[in-house]
Design a protein around this ligand. Structure first.
Ligand SMILES: [Zn+2]
Length: 275
Protein backbone atom coordinates (compact mmCIF):
# COMPACT_ATOMS: atom_id res chain seq x y z
CA UNK A 1 0.00 0.00 0.00
CA UNK A 2 2.79 2.36 1.00
CA UNK A 3 4.67 1.45 -2.16
CA UNK A 4 1.60 2.14 -4.29
CA UNK A 5 1.19 5.54 -2.65
CA UNK A 6 4.82 6.37 -3.25
CA UNK A 7 4.46 5.35 -6.86
CA UNK A 8 1.46 7.62 -7.31
CA UNK A 9 3.31 10.53 -5.75
CA UNK A 10 6.29 9.82 -7.99
CA UNK A 11 4.07 9.74 -11.10
CA UNK A 12 2.43 13.02 -10.11
CA UNK A 13 5.83 14.61 -9.56
CA UNK A 14 7.14 13.45 -12.93
CA UNK A 15 4.01 14.20 -14.93
CA UNK A 16 4.40 17.94 -15.51
CA UNK A 17 8.01 17.43 -16.64
CA UNK A 18 6.98 14.80 -19.17
CA UNK A 19 4.03 16.85 -20.35
CA UNK A 20 6.34 19.81 -20.66
CA UNK A 21 8.89 17.91 -22.69
CA UNK A 22 6.16 16.82 -25.10
CA UNK A 23 5.04 20.40 -25.47
CA UNK A 24 1.49 19.70 -24.42
CA UNK A 25 1.42 21.68 -21.22
CA UNK A 26 2.24 25.18 -22.42
CA UNK A 27 3.53 26.99 -25.46
CA UNK A 28 5.12 30.34 -26.27
CA UNK A 29 2.78 32.98 -27.72
CA UNK A 30 3.87 31.93 -31.21
CA UNK A 31 5.94 29.11 -32.70
CA UNK A 32 7.19 31.31 -35.55
CA UNK A 33 10.69 32.74 -35.18
CA UNK A 34 9.83 35.89 -37.06
CA UNK A 35 6.84 36.61 -34.82
CA UNK A 36 8.41 36.02 -31.42
CA UNK A 37 10.41 38.67 -29.54
CA UNK A 38 13.91 38.12 -28.14
CA UNK A 39 12.89 38.00 -24.48
CA UNK A 40 10.35 35.28 -25.04
CA UNK A 41 12.80 33.45 -27.30
CA UNK A 42 15.32 33.46 -24.45
CA UNK A 43 12.76 32.08 -22.00
CA UNK A 44 11.97 29.10 -24.22
CA UNK A 45 15.09 28.25 -26.22
CA UNK A 46 16.91 26.00 -25.48
CA UNK A 47 15.59 25.17 -22.00
CA UNK A 48 12.06 24.19 -23.08
CA UNK A 49 12.31 24.02 -26.88
CA UNK A 50 15.40 22.73 -28.68
CA UNK A 51 13.93 21.72 -32.04
CA UNK A 52 13.45 23.96 -35.06
CA UNK A 53 11.64 23.29 -38.33
CA UNK A 54 13.08 25.07 -41.37
CA UNK A 55 10.83 25.15 -44.47
CA UNK A 56 12.71 25.29 -47.78
CA UNK A 57 11.19 25.65 -51.23
CA UNK A 58 11.49 27.63 -54.43
CA UNK A 59 9.44 29.59 -56.95
CA UNK A 60 8.42 27.57 -59.98
CA UNK A 61 5.23 26.89 -61.98
CA UNK A 62 2.78 24.36 -60.55
CA UNK A 63 0.01 23.83 -63.08
CA UNK A 64 -3.07 25.61 -61.73
CA UNK A 65 -1.61 26.06 -58.23
CA UNK A 66 0.55 28.97 -57.07
CA UNK A 67 4.17 29.40 -58.16
CA UNK A 68 5.13 29.31 -54.49
CA UNK A 69 3.52 25.92 -53.82
CA UNK A 70 6.92 24.54 -52.79
CA UNK A 71 7.00 27.22 -50.07
CA UNK A 72 3.32 27.04 -49.14
CA UNK A 73 3.48 23.28 -48.42
CA UNK A 74 6.51 23.07 -46.09
CA UNK A 75 5.52 26.22 -44.20
CA UNK A 76 2.01 24.85 -43.61
CA UNK A 77 3.41 21.46 -42.55
CA UNK A 78 5.74 23.20 -40.10
CA UNK A 79 3.11 25.39 -38.46
CA UNK A 80 0.66 22.45 -38.33
CA UNK A 81 3.08 20.16 -36.47
CA UNK A 82 5.11 22.71 -34.46
CA UNK A 83 3.19 22.33 -31.22
CA UNK A 84 3.02 18.55 -31.19
CA UNK A 85 6.72 18.25 -32.01
CA UNK A 86 7.51 21.05 -29.53
CA UNK A 87 9.38 23.00 -32.18
CA UNK A 88 9.86 26.54 -33.39
CA UNK A 89 9.41 27.37 -37.08
CA UNK A 90 12.21 29.30 -38.83
CA UNK A 91 11.32 31.67 -41.68
CA UNK A 92 10.93 29.86 -45.02
CA UNK A 93 13.84 29.90 -47.47
CA UNK A 94 11.58 30.67 -50.42
CA UNK A 95 14.27 31.02 -53.11
CA UNK A 96 15.64 27.73 -54.31
CA UNK A 97 17.18 25.72 -57.10
CA UNK A 98 14.49 25.56 -59.74
CA UNK A 99 15.67 23.26 -62.54
CA UNK A 100 13.93 22.40 -65.80
CA UNK A 101 11.01 24.75 -65.04
CA UNK A 102 13.16 27.87 -64.57
CA UNK A 103 12.09 29.39 -67.90
CA UNK A 104 8.42 29.69 -66.86
CA UNK A 105 6.98 33.09 -65.92
CA UNK A 106 7.56 34.02 -62.30
CA UNK A 107 10.15 31.29 -61.64
CA UNK A 108 13.47 31.97 -59.87
CA UNK A 109 16.61 29.89 -60.04
CA UNK A 110 19.43 30.15 -57.52
CA UNK A 111 22.65 28.46 -58.59
CA UNK A 112 24.35 25.84 -56.41
CA UNK A 113 27.29 28.20 -55.84
CA UNK A 114 24.96 30.65 -54.10
CA UNK A 115 22.48 28.26 -52.52
CA UNK A 116 24.94 25.92 -50.82
CA UNK A 117 26.83 28.45 -48.65
CA UNK A 118 23.62 30.38 -48.01
CA UNK A 119 21.69 27.40 -46.64
CA UNK A 120 24.79 26.41 -44.67
CA UNK A 121 24.88 29.79 -42.92
CA UNK A 122 21.17 29.53 -42.15
CA UNK A 123 21.75 26.16 -40.46
CA UNK A 124 24.75 27.58 -38.57
CA UNK A 125 22.56 30.49 -37.47
CA UNK A 126 20.09 28.00 -36.02
CA UNK A 127 22.96 26.26 -34.18
CA UNK A 128 24.11 29.64 -32.82
CA UNK A 129 20.56 30.16 -31.57
CA UNK A 130 20.97 26.96 -29.52
CA UNK A 131 18.73 24.57 -31.42
CA UNK A 132 19.94 20.99 -31.03
CA UNK A 133 17.52 19.35 -33.49
CA UNK A 134 17.39 21.07 -36.87
CA UNK A 135 14.70 19.66 -39.14
CA UNK A 136 14.50 20.82 -42.74
CA UNK A 137 11.02 20.42 -44.19
CA UNK A 138 11.79 20.59 -47.89
CA UNK A 139 9.22 21.37 -50.59
CA UNK A 140 11.32 21.23 -53.75
CA UNK A 141 13.09 18.36 -55.51
CA UNK A 142 15.88 17.99 -58.04
CA UNK A 143 19.41 19.17 -57.23
CA UNK A 144 18.18 20.96 -54.11
CA UNK A 145 17.56 17.69 -52.24
CA UNK A 146 21.15 16.49 -52.74
CA UNK A 147 22.57 19.81 -51.56
CA UNK A 148 20.32 19.94 -48.49
CA UNK A 149 21.33 16.40 -47.57
CA UNK A 150 25.04 17.19 -47.91
CA UNK A 151 24.98 20.53 -46.09
CA UNK A 152 22.75 19.26 -43.25
CA UNK A 153 25.06 16.29 -42.69
CA UNK A 154 28.11 18.57 -42.70
CA UNK A 155 26.63 20.96 -40.14
CA UNK A 156 25.63 18.06 -37.86
CA UNK A 157 29.14 16.61 -37.92
CA UNK A 158 30.90 19.96 -37.54
CA UNK A 159 28.75 21.35 -34.75
CA UNK A 160 27.57 18.27 -32.85
CA UNK A 161 23.88 18.92 -33.51
CA UNK A 162 21.27 16.59 -35.01
CA UNK A 163 19.85 17.32 -38.47
CA UNK A 164 17.05 15.69 -40.43
CA UNK A 165 15.88 16.53 -43.96
CA UNK A 166 12.36 15.49 -44.97
CA UNK A 167 11.32 15.77 -48.63
CA UNK A 168 7.61 15.75 -47.92
CA UNK A 169 6.24 14.53 -51.27
CA UNK A 170 8.63 11.53 -51.35
CA UNK A 171 8.04 10.78 -47.68
CA UNK A 172 4.28 10.81 -48.43
CA UNK A 173 4.43 8.52 -51.50
CA UNK A 174 2.68 5.66 -49.67
CA UNK A 175 -0.09 8.01 -48.52
CA UNK A 176 -0.52 9.30 -52.09
CA UNK A 177 -1.24 5.72 -53.18
CA UNK A 178 -3.50 5.14 -50.20
CA UNK A 179 -5.64 8.28 -50.62
CA UNK A 180 -5.77 8.66 -54.42
CA UNK A 181 -5.26 5.00 -55.43
CA UNK A 182 -2.69 6.09 -57.99
CA UNK A 183 0.74 7.64 -58.30
CA UNK A 184 1.22 11.41 -58.27
CA UNK A 185 3.71 13.79 -59.78
CA UNK A 186 4.94 17.34 -59.81
CA UNK A 187 1.93 19.66 -59.41
CA UNK A 188 -0.19 16.58 -60.11
CA UNK A 189 -3.25 15.47 -58.12
CA UNK A 190 -1.27 14.80 -54.92
CA UNK A 191 0.64 18.08 -54.73
CA UNK A 192 -2.31 20.09 -56.02
CA UNK A 193 -4.52 18.46 -53.37
CA UNK A 194 -2.02 19.32 -50.65
CA UNK A 195 -2.20 23.01 -51.61
CA UNK A 196 -5.99 22.80 -52.00
CA UNK A 197 -6.21 21.56 -48.40
CA UNK A 198 -4.05 24.46 -47.16
CA UNK A 199 -5.78 27.22 -49.14
CA UNK A 200 -8.33 26.41 -51.88
CA UNK A 201 -8.12 29.98 -53.18
CA UNK A 202 -4.60 29.19 -54.49
CA UNK A 203 -6.05 26.69 -57.00
CA UNK A 204 -7.56 27.96 -60.28
CA UNK A 205 -9.58 24.93 -61.26
CA UNK A 206 -11.19 26.60 -64.31
CA UNK A 207 -7.77 26.85 -65.97
CA UNK A 208 -7.12 23.11 -65.69
CA UNK A 209 -7.13 20.53 -68.47
CA UNK A 210 -5.39 17.13 -68.59
CA UNK A 211 -3.18 18.25 -71.47
CA UNK A 212 -1.36 20.61 -69.06
CA UNK A 213 0.41 17.44 -67.85
CA UNK A 214 3.23 15.34 -69.37
CA UNK A 215 4.51 12.01 -68.01
CA UNK A 216 8.15 12.25 -66.91
CA UNK A 217 10.53 10.34 -69.23
CA UNK A 218 11.02 6.71 -68.24
CA UNK A 219 14.55 5.28 -67.83
CA UNK A 220 16.31 8.36 -69.19
CA UNK A 221 14.66 7.87 -72.60
CA UNK A 222 14.51 11.62 -73.26
CA UNK A 223 15.01 14.97 -71.61
CA UNK A 224 13.76 18.45 -72.45
CA UNK A 225 14.63 21.86 -71.05
CA UNK A 226 12.38 23.65 -70.37
CA UNK A 227 10.22 20.69 -69.45
CA UNK A 228 7.17 21.03 -71.73
CA UNK A 229 4.65 20.97 -68.84
CA UNK A 230 4.69 22.28 -65.29
CA UNK A 231 2.65 19.22 -64.31
CA UNK A 232 4.86 16.14 -64.53
CA UNK A 233 3.42 12.66 -63.93
CA UNK A 234 5.51 9.95 -62.27
CA UNK A 235 3.56 7.33 -64.18
CA UNK A 236 1.74 7.62 -67.48
CA UNK A 237 -2.05 7.83 -67.08
CA UNK A 238 -1.91 8.56 -63.32
CA UNK A 239 -1.98 11.78 -61.31
CA UNK A 240 -4.45 13.85 -63.37
CA UNK A 241 -6.12 16.34 -61.05
CA UNK A 242 -9.67 15.68 -59.81
CA UNK A 243 -10.09 18.57 -57.30
CA UNK A 244 -11.72 16.53 -54.53
CA UNK A 245 -11.69 18.68 -51.37
CA UNK A 246 -12.45 15.75 -49.08
CA UNK A 247 -9.55 13.70 -50.42
CA UNK A 248 -7.35 16.80 -50.25
CA UNK A 249 -8.15 17.31 -46.56
CA UNK A 250 -7.64 13.60 -45.81
CA UNK A 251 -4.28 13.66 -47.62
CA UNK A 252 -3.10 16.75 -45.72
CA UNK A 253 -4.00 15.27 -42.36
CA UNK A 254 -2.39 11.89 -43.04
CA UNK A 255 0.81 13.41 -44.42
CA UNK A 256 1.26 15.89 -41.56
CA UNK A 257 0.49 13.16 -38.99
CA UNK A 258 3.13 10.91 -40.55
CA UNK A 259 5.77 13.66 -40.59
CA UNK A 260 5.09 14.67 -36.95
CA UNK A 261 5.26 11.06 -35.75
CA UNK A 262 8.51 10.51 -37.66
CA UNK A 263 10.21 13.57 -36.16
CA UNK A 264 9.19 12.50 -32.66
CA UNK A 265 10.50 8.99 -33.32
CA UNK A 266 13.86 10.11 -34.74
CA UNK A 267 14.40 12.60 -31.91
CA UNK A 268 13.60 9.94 -29.29
CA UNK A 269 16.14 7.60 -30.94
CA UNK A 270 18.79 10.32 -30.98
CA UNK A 271 18.13 10.94 -27.29
CA UNK A 272 18.17 7.26 -26.44
CA UNK A 273 21.47 6.80 -28.22
CA UNK A 274 22.87 9.80 -26.31
CA UNK A 275 23.93 11.60 -29.48
ZN1 LIG B 1 6.14 21.58 -56.12
Amino acid sequence: MMKLLLNIILILLLMPINAFADGHLTSPSTREMDRVNWMEFQEWIPSKINTVLLPTGTLEPHGVANNGADNTAPFAISTTIAKRTNAMVAPTLAYGMTGSLAAYPGAFRMSAGVYKPFIKEILQGLVKNKFRNIIIINGHGGEQTAILKEVAAGVANEHGVRTLVINWWSFAADITQQVFNENGGHAAWNENAFIQAIDPSLIQQDRYSDDLATPFPQNGSWSATPFPSSIGLYQEGEGYIKFDQQKADEYYKKVTDKIAAFIIEIRAKWNKAGL
